[in-house]
Design a protein around this ligand. Structure first.
Ligand SMILES: NC(=O)c1ccc[n+]([C@@H]2O[C@H](COP(=O)([O-])OP(=O)(O)OC[C@H]3O[C@@H](n4cnc5c(N)ncnc54)[C@H](OP(=O)(O)O)[C@@H]3O)[C@@H](O)[C@H]2O)c1
Length: 293
């Protein structure tokens, strides 16, 4: 039977990938860093491997003999560094993929990884795409656009100040995809018996900050005002929310590239997720209901 390894299974996209594979009856091993987080997965029929994506020997051993690997580069790295630990993780992952000979990798990248400079948080994703491309594995590079789920970060300013901060002009719409759609697309790519090496842009419905604010306003039953944050105040505003400085600088850099139209879909094909923002907001506000608890 085909066997798969899934990274990030305690997170948004990876959890959907693992659940979808299990639902298809596939032998699935999830990577966790904390034993307690593995219990739920054992209960669902998964194997659990405890280790880090930064540990190349752990990963090499785990990937030997499996058919496919879903990998991501986590953003929840311990501060203060952001780029350096992710670059180190990218090298460990690339070495493990090469040394293990795993035949297919589905990599969760980002649309911003398509450009070599000014890509902000996607800097190490660009590096990982390139390094994995040097191995013999069939490589599916999934490049989602902006996540709808990022709206969770707007709950605090919305509920405490009645504002919806926007880092782009309020009427500029970006395609936005729900992480649940990304997970389903990744699982389908992984379960493909004859995978091609390709770049897939993963898009979704277009939303402007004004439309997102209206959706959140309606869900919270509270009037919200869109506040356009000028580029010079991006880093200060982001660190004010508790984001570490290096990550805030990276996000500001990426926003500047989006605003300048430098980041556009350019993969071999595109898949468009259909989940609307209202469903994602409902899941954020009522997580137990969304999980069917
Ligand atoms: N935000 C966006 O709009 C956007 C758009 C396109 C692409 N992306 C990409 O999406 C990715 C994030 O996906 P997501 O939202 O599903 O992630 P997430 O919910 O933040 O989850 C991160 C996962 O990585 C795991 N992890 C963290 N450090 C690890 C380590 N050292 N070793 C092994 N596992 C580790 C976490 O496990 P623990 O439970 O142990 O922490 C968790 O399962 C990022 O790479 C980002 O570049 C984001």
């Amino acid at each position: 039977m085909s066997a798969y390894v899934v990274a990030g299974a305690t997170g948004r996209v990876g959890s959907v990938v693992a659940r979808e594979l299990l639902a298809r009856g596939k032998q699935t091993t999830v990577i966790v860093r904390d034993d307690a987080k593995g219990t739920r997965w054992r209960g669902m029929g998964a194997e659990v491997a405890k280790g880090s994506l930064g540990d190349r020997s752990f990963l090499t051993t785990l990937l030997r003999g499996v058919d496919g690997f879903f990998v991501l580069l986590p953003e929840n790295v311990p501060p203060p560094g952001f780029h350096a630990p992710r670059a180190q993780m990218a090298e460990a992952i690339a070495a493990a993929v090469k040394n293990s000979g795993v035949p297919h990798v589905v990599m969760l990248s980002a649309i911003a990884a398509s450009i070599p400079e000014g890509n902000g948080p996607a800097k190490a994703l660009h590096q990982l795409e390139r390094r994995l491309g040097e191995s013999d594995t069939s490589l599916t590079r999934l490049r989602p656009c902006y996540y709808q789920d990022n709206i969770a970060g707007m709950l605090a300013p919305a509920t405490t100040q009645g504002i919806y901060p926007s880092f782009l002009p309020a009427d500029v719409a970006l395609p936005m995809v729900a992480t649940r759609d990304v997970g389903r697309i990744a699982a389908a790519a992984l379960a493909d018996d004859s995978p091609a090496t390709e770049i897939v842009d993963v898009l979704g419905p277009p939303y402007s900050a004004r439309q997102l604010s209206a959706a959140l306003s309606s869900a919270l039953r509270r009037l919200l005002h869109v506040v356009e944050v000028p580029p010079a105040a991006h880093v200060r505003t982001l660190t004010g929310t508790g984001m570490p400085l290096e990550m805030a600088e990276a996000v500001a850099e990426m926003m500047a590239s989006f605003a300048a139209g430098r980041i556009t879909p350019c993969g071999h094909r595109r898949i468009v997720g259909t989940t609307p923002i209202d469903e994602v907001i409902a899941g954020i506000l009522r997580p137990d209901e969304a999980a069917g608890l």
